[in-house]
Design a protein around this ligand. Structure first.
Ligand code: FES
Length: 161
């Protein structure tokens, strides 16, 4: 039997179901434990959970999508946050976002196929004077021009960061 999901050891769903049996909010608590383990809630784990708990898969997805802290995509090794707050938007934030989407064939809220980058949009990183701003894993890059993106991102692509 397959013992891994996305490179992680499989979580013991039956054990989790037993642990949270009869407790209030047990589905949410189980989903938290699953996400803590994998970094997101893999579809095949949701399917298994649906069988073990005898809860329709649609109900599980309803809960996952209602609470925005649950993720359906594996997290990337690095997170690129592009600011689309007013100042950054007016100074070309949308162009940066488009350029990154094209460079890595990824949409906002998604992770690149190789798992290297997760792309997200944020509303104001608190340094509007540096607009347009992007952040990679907590490091701020200000006054970024689209043609500088390759230089900024290549150390991450080469694994130097
Ligand atoms: S709007 Fe982008 S940092 Fe404030």
């Amino acid at each position: 039997m397959d013992t891994q999901v996305n490179g992680n050891t499989k979580v013991d769903i039956k054990g989790l179901a037993e642990k949270w049996k009869g407790k209030r909010g047990n589905l949410i608590m189980i989903l938290h434990e699953i996400q803590n383990h994998y970094g997101y809630v893999p579809r095949e784990v949701s399917l298994q959970l649906s069988e073990v708990l005898d809860v329709p898969l649609a109900r599980i997805y309803e809960v996952i999508t209602f609470y925005n802290f649950f993720k359906l995509e594996p997290p990337g090794k690095h997170t690129i946050s592009v600011c689309m707050g007013t100042a950054c938007y007016l100074k070309g934030g949308a162009k940066l976002l488009d350029e990154i989407k094209n460079m890595f064939a990824v949409e906002e809220g998604q992770t690149t196929k190789d798992g290297l980058f997760h792309l997200q949009v944020v509303r104001c990183l608190g340094c509007c004077g540096l607009a347009p701003v992007m952040m990679i894993d907590g490091k701020i890059f200000g006054k970024v021009k689209p043609d500088e993106l390759m230089n900024i991102l290549s150390p991450y692509v080469k694994g130097e960061v």
